[in-house]
Design a protein. Structure first.
Length: 135
């Protein structure tokens, strides 16, 4: 089995806010990130798939097909959007790096032909990222 990783980038805005808490509680936990106007990041997405190498092509997966799935399922939905307002899964879930990684996994799972989704890694900043490897 070989692991293959493809990278992509997207820019999006978000804020952290728990509706069950008061404004003060949100500010105590999330600081400036509780500002409902939001703030933006240039995210880096890494999608790792696992599989056997095809003896004819030498690939684990069709690279263009993987790129197309990432573009359709993630980039077209997330890029230049306000996560809390524009992305359905974050209307009721706080768009933390951790939750973004899980949401992307759910968007990609079962849609990559010829390989198994192994890991989704989302970088919010160069020194902050989350990995999700499924249940």
């Amino acid at each position: 089995m070989v692991l293959l990783t493809r990278k992509a980038e997207f820019s999006a805005a978000h804020y952290y806010y728990n509706e069950a808490w008061s404004q003060q509680e949100n500010e105590n936990v999330f600081g400036k990130c509780a500002n409902r106007n939001g703030h933006g990041h240039n995210y880096t997405l890494e999608v790792t798939v696992a599989g056997e190498i095809d003896p004819v092509s030498g690939f684990v997966v069709d690279l263009k097909a993987l790129k197309d799935v990432m573009e359709r399922e993630v980039l077209q939905v997330y890029d230049h959007r306000h996560m809390n307002l524009d992305v359905p899964e974050f209307r009721s879930t706080i768009p933390t790096t951790e939750n973004i990684a899980i949401a992307i996994w759910k968007r990609l799972e079962g849609k990559i032909v010829g390989a198994r989704l192994q890991r989704v890694r989302v970088y919010e900043m160069p020194d902050l990222f989350a990995d999700y490897c499924g249940e």
